[in-house]
Design a binder for this molecule. Structure first.
Ligand SMILES: [Ca+2]
Ligand SMILES: [Ca+2]
Ligand SMILES: [Ca+2]
Length: 226
């Protein structure tokens, strides 16, 4: 390989692999652009201390679905999905004597990337997957934050990274398990949603060096011809 071409290859490889390119984020404080299937909402008693002030809410039917459709993504190989999920009121998980199962499912372009059971029902601490968020009252304590005062609520920070290289991402959240009761008994909310990809972004300094190398190669060729 000619020395000049090898140098260019090294420079191109030096372009920074950026695993933290945020392509979308929202806390629903200023609206919910790009979303379908939910209603932006706030409620008195909400645990603002863990970032819940306004959120996207769904309660009302037998197969609730919240969706976000993103397009024109730059080249990438992985997608990271981070969000706060709020299990509101008497989610039953897999363990109560009636009304199970209650699972949260997330999909990216139709593929399941998260599928976990959540339970608030009863006096036990909430159960589920992800990081249980507490509003300054201790993670183990059952907490009734809002809506049905007879049932506790829990919030979970969930992060999942999946292989993904498509230029579009349809991200969907739904419930499954056959135990969904909806309405004033069970509902769900999303907040603090952030989508990141690992796009390759040339650093400005690298672009400068690359440009300089190209100019240099041209000068060398011209000098050799002279
Ligand atoms: Ca919010
Ligand atoms: Ca409640
Ligand atoms: Ca249930």
């Amino acid at each position: 390989m000619p020395k000049g071409v090898r140098s260019l290859g090294i420079l191109i490889l030096a372009a920074q692999l950026c695993p933290a390119l945020t392509i979308y984020s929202t806390d629903f404080e200023d609206g919910s652009p790009g979303w379908t299937g939910g209603v932006r909402q706030s409620a008195s008693g909400a645990p603002v201390g863990i970032g819940l002030s306004n959120w996207l809410y769904r309660s009302d039917d037998t197969s609730p679905r919240l969706a976000l459709n993103l397009g024109s993504l730059p080249a990438h190989s992985n997608l990271e999905l981070e969000f706060t999920f709020v299990a509101i009121d008497s989610w039953d998980g897999t363990t109560t004597s009636c009304c199970t199962d209650d699972w949260l499912t997330a999909r990216v372009n139709g593929a399941v990337v998260w599928n976990q059971a959540y339970r608030n029902f009863g006096s036990l601490p909430p159960s589920g997957a992800g990081s249980l968020l507490s509003a300054g009252i201790g993670a183990a304590a059952p907490s009734d934050w809002f809506y049905n005062g007879s049932h506790t609520d829990s919030a979970w920070l969930i992060t999942v990274t999946v292989p993904h290289d498509a230029s579009e991402a349809l991200i969907e959240w739904s419930v499954n398990g056959g135990g969904w009761q909806g309405g004033d008994d069970e509902s769900l909310a999303l907040d603090n949603v952030r989508i990141r990809i690992d796009a390759v972004i040339p650093e400005p300094a690298t672009v400068f060096l690359l440009g300089g190398a190209l100019v240099g190669l041209g000068l060398i060729k011209r000098f050799r011809r002279a």
